[in-house]
Design a protein around this ligand. Structure first.
Ligand code: ACO
Length: 334
């Protein structure tokens, strides 16, 4: 059998500052703990302790933890894939910042801009690199600093209550056992939804890219057609999960653990119900961290490993949906 890739280690990091739903209501009086919990399952989220901390800074401890848990050192990593919608700078990408902060040799650093599907897109690239023998060990990081980019006024309440800061990382390498590892990754997109979940400005199509009017009109903040995104997510996540399971030759009863993207607890419960996956097999962290976008799935992997919930031999399903629209799923035999 051809070589497979496998996730050899996982790590995560979240900032220490906790913002509860009640804390948010002091800034956004028209929301409430009851509304947020009932509609999303979120109780609290973490945010950076002070100005000046970027996505690459959160990525450093997560990456170190993943590399250590893989039994490797920084010098064993051949390439970085950095997934984020909140890069430290407009350019260059956060991957090179991480490479430098970790003191790594001059390995390639690729940034992936696929929002909530960023981890699954990154896994697809890393899996192909490993199977083709291009690289031996690929570090994937999903890291986000959302808290500096949210409209914390009544106008932005539908989006701003959802997001939190955090980072998750995995090391992907050749599977030591051909029966185990990444069985497949399926990724999809449809730009029909591009304007239903986006941050519009600054934008290269405008001269200048940013103006005071754009700021005053709130066009610098994320905008979301929540109901439409909810509908798409609950349709596309089960669809792509079924495709991934079929391609992997497993059925839903074989799935021991379901680690979905964390956009809304209700979306995940709905998806699990449609797939017939019992609730106790779903991994949640949205209640504690909110939506950490590209970081949600690797944080879920890292926490599940730490808790002893994810064990060798298990068949694990990942699925996610987000801006773009983009979505994907993967089946991994641990
Ligand atoms: N607090 C209080 N009330 C609110 C809030 C809030 N934070 N936000 C919206 N409301 C109000 C609305 O204005 C509306 O009021 P109205 O009935 O007077 O008009 C009411 O609550 C209901 O609003 P809905 O939008 O219908 O609420 P819904 O049940 O759809 O929940 C939510 C909103 C949680 C955003 C949901 O639509 C959702 O989860 N959507 C998908 C999110 C998602 O998956 N995003 C993708 C990932 S993000 C990424 O990729 C970057």
């Amino acid at each position: 059998m051809a070589a497979r890739s496998a996730i050899l280690g996982a790590g995560h990091y979240v900032p220490s500052k906790v913002v509860t739903n009640d804390d948010l209501t002091k800034l956004i009086p028209s929301t409430s703990d009851a509304w947020i919990q009932e509609r999303t399952g979120i109780r609290e989220r973490r945010i950076i302790e002070h100005d000046g901390i970027g996505a690459s800074d959160l990525a450093v401890p997560a990456a170190k933890m993943a590399i250590e848990r893989a039994g490797l050192t920084i010098h064993d990593i051949d390439a970085i894939i950095f997934a984020t919608l909140s890069p430290d700078l407009t350019f260059p990408g956060s991957g090179v910042l991480l490479q430098h902060k970790l003191g790594m040799p001059q390995i390639p650093a690729l940034d992936v801009r696929n929002q909530c599907s960023g981890f699954l897109y990154s896994l697809s690239v890393a899996d192909a690199w490993i199977r083709a023998g291009v690289y031996k060990h690929v570090l994937i990081v999903g890291a986000e600093v959302h808290s500096t980019g949210l409209d914390l006024s009544d106008r932005g309440r539908d989006v701003s209550v959802l997001f939190g800061d955090g980072a998750g990382a995995v090391v992907v390498g050749r599977s030591p056992d051909p029966e185990r590892g990444v069985l497949n990754v399926v990724i999809r997109s449809d730009g029909v939804g591009a304007h239903d979940l986006m941050v519009e400005c600054p934008a290269s199509k405008y001269m200048p890219r940013i103006t005071k009017e754009m700021i005053d009109e709130g066009r610098i903040w994320p905008k979301m057609n929540g109901k439409l995104v909810f509908r798409w997510a609950t349709e596309k996540m089960p669809e792509v999960a079924i495709e991934s399971m079929e391609k992997a030759g497993v059925n839903v009863d074989d799935i021991d653990l379901f680690i979905p993207h964390q956009a809304n607890m209700r979306i995940n419960q709905f998806v699990a119900m449609k797939l017939n996956i019992p609730q106790e097999k779903i991994v949640h962290n949205i209640d504690r961290y909110g939506n950490t976008t590209a970081a949600t799935i690797p944080i879920g992997i890292s926490e599940s490993l730490g808790e002893g919930r994810l064990k060798p031999g298990m068949t694990v399903l990942f699925a996610g949906f987000g801006a773009g629209f983009t979505w994907g799923a993967s089946v991994v035999r641990w």
